[in-house]
Design a protein. Structure first.
Length: 620
């Protein structure tokens, strides 16, 4: 039998490694910018064309590389970050495996121009599919200039499964923001198709947060900080009133590295218990500084999952720090003890007022409201006399209400007859046989009688279903009616949110939104869909963009559905709103005319039926 095990060629091994390290154009941006940071760059410029499909360029003013280092950098497991295994437990750099450049060169066409401060001339290297296609001296500034073109050109299957340019650009901006938030002392610029989207100057952490996410966020965040022997925590957390259902900016950083950690997220949100509505999230930007020996970042190629040696202890420290910040910086009314220039308030003097008598109360122990009252009684307010007569047979008015007896009033008999309608014959039969009278239970449920029992309808979910179908039909028919606002509202979006907004622009116009771009991510809301009176349109737009950003899909029909659902949730009657019978009748009629009577757009149940036999069984 011949030997069947053999070593893979370097080109194949590099492509396999690239499948883990380079998943999309955003991965290239992340690896190259992190290398620039490790090289000590103070200015990093990123330029992309067609969301990175055509070209990605990262220019920095870091230390640069010599001719030999420039060639060696594209070899697998070649790195300047570590020398021995023990260095993995004392990492102070973003990268350390030596896989990034080799993986990028395996699936794209790469050009590098680099020069160190001590060299008079730099090096230009061209690589395609892991093969060096050219190397020559070149005149260039100190630092490195990486140009990556035609990503996945030699792996058609991978290129085919890239998302739309809008989605890929949004992923690139997300990766770029995560790095920019960690290094506020580094100047960053970002250009997409020749348009500048970010120009971040060196400054403080708070200033960097404001530069990326807008000035309004500066008013909604509180500083947090604590230093212990285990770790140091700093950063900012959101005020309770800054909570949002979708699109909240939430970031953890450990030793300058972005991290995802659901356990620590729970520590932050538990500190807001009973301060924010259920299901809403608050923004936070929390930076951990911890001994590198106490964490392990080498558990995933993307390095976003990190293990902590003292995870529970760090959880407690973080939870306490967030609660302390909320308590110290949250605005509360203060008592002013400065009495200078204030009017004197009389003080009770017991010696002077000892002669004052306490007010008395006169009672008539023989008074009985069910007996004949005096023919005249003085009014303490008018002094006039009035007559009150109680019929002698007053007790007959309450016949039929004996507790535990069999007598019932005529009204109760009529209400009992309401349970004789039925749901068994389909939607049209229900509409004909349902009761014309409805009852609202605890401001949440609409109860109506049908032949086979009692039908219970969730008023909010039912209205969401009705409005959802209406908004979808508007977008489908392009017949959304716009209502002009008296005073245009201003709304500010970050560059990444602007990308999402442009993707949904036509759908918003079909619904009836009229937006005017003002530059710098600012938009003026001049018109809104008719029938949304009393809605905060700025918050509605921000929530819709946040919902779309989290979904991350590029299918037009999916966008329509998410926009329609977000608007329906905002405009539907909330829980606790009291409805009259006509309003409940409109909801019931609209529900049974909708596309799906039983379930809301998010899959939750709208209607429940308490059958007649079950009611009778309960009352046996």
């Amino acid at each position: 039998m011949s030997d069947i095990i053999q070593l893979l060629p370097d080109s194949v091994a590099n492509q396999i490694a690239a499948g883990e390290v380079i998943q999309r154009p955003a991965s290239v941006i992340k690896e190259l910018v992190e290398n620039s940071i490790d090289a000590g760059a103070t200015t990093v410029n990123v330029l992309v064309i067609d969301a990175g499909r055509t070209s990605i360029q990262v220019i920095d003013n870091g230390a640069g590389m010599s001719e030999t280092d420039a060639r060696m950098a594209f070899e697998r497991h070649a790195t300047s970050k570590i020398r021995k295994a023990d260095d993995l437990f004392a990492l102070h750099t973003m990268g350390f495996r030596g896989e990034a450049l080799a993986s990028i060169a395996a699936v794209a066409q790469v050009e590098l121009r680099t020069r160190t401060d001590g060299d008079e001339i730099g090096t230009h290297i061209s690589i395609a599919a892991s093969k060096v296609t050219g190397q020559e001296p070149v005149s260039c500034p100190v630092g490195s200039n990486f140009s990556v073109e035609n990503i996945f050109y030699n792996v058609p299957a991978r290129r085919k499964f890239l998302k739309s340019n809008t989605t890929e650009l949004n992923n690139i901006l997300t990766a770029f923001e995560r790095i920019a938030l960690v290094y506020p002392k580094v100047n960053f610029t970002f250009h997409s198709n020749g348009t500048e989207m970010f120009n971040l100057r060196s400054g403080s952490v708070r200033q960097r947060i404001v530069d990326i996410f807008g000035k309004k966020l500066s008013q909604d965040i509180l500083p947090v900080g604590v230093e212990t022997t285990i770790c140091k925590i700093s950063g900012f957390i959101g005020k309770p009133e800054a909570s949002r259902k979708k699109g909240s900016h939430q970031y953890f950083f450990v030793n300058g590295r972005y991290m995802k950690h659901p356990y620590f997220h729970k520590a932050v949100m538990n500190a807001y218990e009973r301060l924010v509505p259920a299901g809403e999230q608050v923004p936070y930007f929390i930076y951990f500084e911890i001994n590198p020996e106490d964490i392990d970042v080498n558990i995933h190629p993307t390095k976003t999952e990190i293990k902590f040696e003292n995870e529970q202890t760090v959880w407690q420290i973080l939870h306490a720090a967030v609660k302390d910040s909320i308590g110290r910086f949250n605005d509360v009314p203060s008592i002013d003890f400065d009495t200078e220039g204030k009017p004197d308030i009389p003080v009770y003097n017991q010696a002077q007022d000892s002669a004052a008598s306490a007010p008395g109360v006169s009672l008539n122990p023989s008074y009985n409201p069910f007996k004949e009252t005096p023919h005249s009684q003085s009014s303490p307010y008018t002094g006039a006399a009035r007559k009150e007569h109680v019929p002698e047979s007053w007790d007959k008015l309450y016949e039929g209400l004996r507790r535990g007896g069999t007598d019932i009033t005529q009204q109760e008999e009529e209400e009992t007859d309401l349970f004789k309608a039925s749901v068994g014959g389909g939607r049209d039969d229900v509409m004909e046989e349902k009761s014309p009278a409805h009852y609202q239970y605890k401001g949440k449920y609409i109860m109506t009688a049908v032949k086979s029992g009692l039908m219970v309808i969730d008023q909010h979910r039912a209205h969401v279903r009705i409005l959802y179908d209406e908004y979808l039909n508007r977008m489908k028919d392009k017949a959304g009616q716009s209502q002009q606002v008296l005073f245009p509202e201003m709304v500010q979006f970050t560059p990444s949110e602007t990308v999402i907004l442009q993707k949904a622009w036509q759908d918003l116009e079909r619904l009836g939104f009229e937006l005017t771009p003002l530059g710098g991510g600012s938009y003026s809301i001049n018109g809104v869909p008719a029938g949304l009176d009393g809605i905060n349109f700025v918050k509605l737009l921000k929530d819709m963009v946040g919902e779309e950003a989290e979904a991350g899909k590029a299918v037009a029909d999916g966008i329509n559905k998410r926009i329609a659902l977000q608007m329906a949730r905002s405009a539907a009657v909330p829980y606790g709103q009291v409805l009259n019978n006509d309003e409940m009748e409109n909801i019931v009629n609209g529900l049974f005319a909708s596309s799906n009577t039983n379930y809301a757009p998010d899959g939750k149940t709208i209607v429940a039926l308490l059958k007649q036999q079950d009611i009778e069984r309960l009352l046996d």
